[in-house]
Write a protein that binds this ligand. Structure first.
Ligand code: UDP
Ligand code: MG
Length: 309
């Protein structure tokens, strides 16, 4: 039985040896269950010494593998590449920075080997060490997603999860270009057990996600797993048509009763600008979806490999 640990890395030279050592701390457990380990680093176009660090490990240990991208394609692409290149009967995704504690692996394996679950996922129940604004927006995002999407997206869910080969193959069958794994995991279904843990802070290096990139990531999630914004445009349209209808009747009646003193130009200008704004906003939403469709129909590869060892 083979277990593959997939580690997406973008400029993680300091963490590469650490995560390797931490995973192998479970060696005694793996041996007792007859689990062979494969550690697959996916280098997402790092500009530092990540690749050479991995190669150093490969010289010592043949269980280490590397897929290296031609440029930075993003974590979602790295996850996809990792799953596609993994050989394991069981596969886990984990961050290089040790925010996904490898010490949970035995517990996760116990659960999955019992045969009751197809996947053991993790969520952090605290966000200590994170900027408060970031936590606030994250919470808001999950609350919104629960309302507008049919796919279950769990608050605080990490990408850290152990899956059976069957589930991995299901995920790989979703070949969409605009990937949002947190949604995809839920979408493919299967029985998932959630483990909870307290947030662990990144051991070394810096986070690769700025506020802006997280914002774009959340839009990716909303547009990938909900069409509510499109429906919202129609609702706004119907609402304002109704208001306009009431206003027309009001004006006709007023003109008939009081005559027609020509006035009201400033308010007219405000209304026109307001309506113009709403219309552009709705066209913008449409444009966002259209741009996703555009990228999807191009059928570009999700990632390009420079080196596979
Ligand atoms: N990562 C990646 N490509 C990217 C950004 C991040 O492969 O473009 C990897 C990164 O190396 C790390 C994981 O994704 O292993 C999580 O990134 P990070 O710790 O920066 O995110 P955070 O934990 O702050 O959300
Ligand atoms: Mg991290």
């Amino acid at each position: 039985m083979i277990f593959t640990a997939i580690i997406p890395c973008y400029n993680e030279e300091e963490n590469v040896p650490d995560i390797y050592a931490e995973i192998l701390k479970n060696q005694a457990y793996f041996d007792s269950k007859g689990i062979e380990t494969e550690i697959l680093y996916v280098d997402d176009g790092s500009r530092d010494g990540t690749v050479s660090e991995v190669k150093k490990l490969m010289e010592k240990d043949e269980r280490v593998h590397l897929v290296s991208f031609s440029r930075n394609f993003g974590k979602e692409a790295a996850i996809y590449a990792g799953l596609e290149n993994s050989k394991g009967d069981y596969v886990a995704l984990m961050d290089a920075d040790l925010q996904d504690p490898p010490s949970l692996l035995p517990e996760m394996f116990d659960l999955i080997l019992s045969g009751e679950y197809d996947s053991v996922a993790t969520r952090r129940v605290s966000r200590k060490g994170e900027p408060p604004i970031r936590s606030m927006f994250a919470r808001l995002f999950y609350r919104l997603m629960r309302k507008i999407s049919k796919t279950e997206i769990v608050d605080g869910a990490r990408d850290y999860r152990l899956m059976t080969r069957q589930m991995v193959d299901a995920i790989l069958s979703l070949k969409e270009y605009n990937r949002f794994s947190k949604g995809i995991f839920g979408w493919v279904g299967f029985k998932t057990k959630w483990l909870e843990f307290q947030n662990v802070e990144r051991r070394k290096g810096e986070t690769k996600w700025s506020f802006w990139s997280l914002f774009k990531y959340s839009l990716e999630g909303i547009m990938g797993f909900s069409t509510a914004p499109l429906a919202m445009a129609s609702v706004i349209g119907i609402f304002f048509t109704f208001i306009a209808f009431v206003a027309i009747i009001f004006i006709i009646v007023r003109t008939l009763v009081f005559g027609d003193p020509t006035s009201g130009w400033p308010s007219m200008a405000c209304i026109i600008i307001f309506m113009g704004g709403i219309q552009l906003f709705c066209v913008g939403i449409l444009g966002q979806y259209l741009s996703k469709v555009y990228l999807e129909v191009k059928e570009r590869p999700i990632y390009i490999v420079k080196e596979r060892l």
